[in-house]
Design a protein around this ligand. Structure first.
Ligand SMILES: *Cc1c(COP(=O)(O)O)cnc(C)c1O
Length: 378
């Protein structure tokens, strides 16, 4: 099956008992047993639920993995993956990972003595230099937020193999439609499915896929033990989202390219961050490991005042955190997602005061461009 077909026919589809074309929402916590200890594959919905199982099966297929897991949020997925490690272990992480991942390792997992180092993973030699005797994993996000930094996954795989580390990839921005890290040898791929996979700003969820039976068993043990599972209704919503993932990603990327072209020709816009631009750092790597560049753009309008003015004037871009939805979203990272980082450190990372981040939706590109044009006018 090719990838667009998988989104429709992958995993478990429909309902054999009734012929229903859509997987039913099994809104149930427990299951009748035929005799003591004799069940029909399901005992209790934390351990397994048919709707969640169908989502987990299609997740595995989309990522070319052996097993998939659905969690109550992206952070629940990441937390559960981190539970694979022991106190005293060390993880090397991309330095501009999602803020919630940063908070998890620096303010929660540190209390359990799971150690970490943050490095600019777009520079493989820095990753290698950060490896210690107790390092057990590389946790890589590519592309990142908001500067769309690219890490070379094949290089990360080489480093992971050399030092016997697990390679974990947060694939939220690229989606399995564009990028499948398990194909280049990653051990674990994870998503905030709240974003593109759900795609409609109506569900919070996390997904994980792995390619190894033992890892799958270990992760299922943690999923069942920690219990951060996704409910049946939300599992169904994600499956519905997956059915149009290909269409949405194509439409979003086509719009994004047009908007980038508009921004490139606008005098008030200085730096533009988009991995699809030839001069974007890591463009060649992005092109070699993903089949598309996605729908996230960041651009600098020079000042906080202008950034705030643009935000207040746009009509079709909703001022909101999050990303990856059918509706276009806009934000000012310095004031929103990255407000907790001290200004000096923020500027060091390249997140300027006038930086605007856009998550492009599937509206008419012409409307989106006209909207940005009027918002950028004096
Ligand atoms: C949103 C996000 C997360 C966290 O996911 P939630 O569903 O909000 O818990 C993790 N990684 C990335 C890259 C994200 O954008």
């Amino acid at each position: 099956m090719r990838k667009k077909t998988k989104m429709i026919h992958g995993g478990i589809t429909g309902d054999k008992a009734t012929g229903a074309v859509s997987v039913p929402i099994y809104q149930v916590s427990t299951y009748e047993q035929d005799a003591v200890g004799q069940h029909r594959g399901f005992e209790y919905s934390r351990t397994g639920n048919p709707t969640r199982q169908a989502l987990e099966a299609v997740t595995a297929e989309l990522e070319n993995g052996k097993a998939g897991f659905a969690f109550g949020s992206g952070m629940a997925a990441i937390t559960s993956v981190m539970m694979l490690f022991n106190s005293g272990d060390h993880v090397v992480m991309t330095d501009d990972v999602y803020g919630g991942s940063y908070r998890l390792v620096t303010s929660v997992l540190n209390r359990f003595e799971l150690d970490h180092s943050f490095v600019d993973s777009s520079q493989p030699e820095k990753v290698e230099a950060a490896i210690q005797g107790n390092t057990k994993a590389l946790f890589i996000e590519t592309p990142t937020n908001p500067l769309l930094k690219i890490t070379d996954l094949r290089k990360m795989k080489e480093i992971a193999d050399k030092h016997n580390l697990r390679l974990i990839v947060d694939n939220t921005f690229a989606t399995p439609y564009w990028q499948r890290p398990l194909d280049v040898g990653a051990d674990i791929v994870l998503h905030s499915a709240t974003k593109y996979i759900g795609g409609h700003s109506d569900v919070v969820a996390g997904l994980v896929a792995v390619n190894d039976e033992q890892l799958a068993e270990d992760l299922h043990f943690i999923q069942n033990s920690a219990g951060a599972v996704l409910g049946p209704q939300d599992s169904w919503l994600l499956m519905r989202g997956i059915k149009t993932l290909a269409l949405r990603m194509e439409a979003i990327e086509a719009n994004t390219k047009k908007i980038v072209e508009f921004l490139e020709n606008h005098e008030k816009v200085s730096t533009i961050y988009y991995p699809g631009r030839k001069n974007h750092p890591g463009h060649d790597t992005a092109a070699s490991q993903a089949t598309g560049f996605g729908g996230m753009i960041s651009f600098d309008v020079g000042s906080e005042e202008l950034a705030e003015k643009v935000i207040s004037k746009v009509k079709y871009f909703t001022l909101a955190e999050s990303l990856g939805a059918v509706e276009s979203l806009i934000s000012v990272p310095a004031k929103m997602t990255h407000a907790s980082i001290p200004r000096d450190r923020r500027l060091e990372l390249g997140i300027a005061d006038g930086l605007i981040r856009v998550s492009v939706g599937i509206e008419d590109a012409e409307d989106l461009i006209e909207d940005l044009e009027q918002a950028l006018e004096d």
